[in-house]
Design a protein around this ligand. Sequence first.
Ligand code: GLN
Length: 247
Amino acid sequence: MELKVCWMYHDIMDLYGDKGNILTLKKRCMDRNIDFQLSTCGIGQSADLSDFDLVFLGGGADKEQMSLIPDLLSRKENIQKALDSHTFFLLICGGYQLFGQYYIAADGSKMEGLGFNSYYTDTGKAGSRCIGNIIIDANLDGLQTKIVGFENHGGQTLHVDHPLGKVCKGYGNAFDAGLEGYYDGRMLGTYLHGPLLPKNPLVADFVITKALKKRNPDFTMEQLPHLENPFDQAARKALFDRFEIKE
Ligand code: GLN
């Protein structure tokens, strides 16, 4: 079995260790003899995203987001084709914002988003950012799990019709939102860096499963052999203990 991944804008969208998400996917695939094939796609590079099982887009500063907008918008039709052919999308922070209607940056400039989802993002008062550790209670196709991470965003994402989960600690989509991220079965967008997947192995396996399903529709998460790793469990436990939240 193989997993074909495209990491979009790998050279500019990689905040707070987002690259660790790719390393985690690779390791969890290799340990199970799944052939992990990674491609990258930068500004101006040609790629048919529908060829991939998974597309990953990390977070970035406003300047980087601004620089990739024309290229990203030029791929809109191809991204639609990928979504229609069951390529799964994992989007972190700045990447998540750009799949909505628009993003208004800290300096007030407005960037048009891909518009695949009805949410939009507006930066609040200058200097006020949602920063810190975050724990959410998420629902992944009926699988209830607590996800831990780190958030740092000025953008306030509103009108999210399919949130990923409820905030237990931290901010999430906006100050006082109470809800975090976006998940609709085809794409998972979240403000959680940290990076996300090393601290949340179950989410990593969920993403691998969603991606494998593109070419193996009957594949289920139970078919992935269990991997024992005391370090990811210890990282999770440290956060749950610190915030006195039950895992
Ligand atoms: N520049 C965006 C914001 O500040 C995204 C930041 C990020 O990806 N961490 O909201």
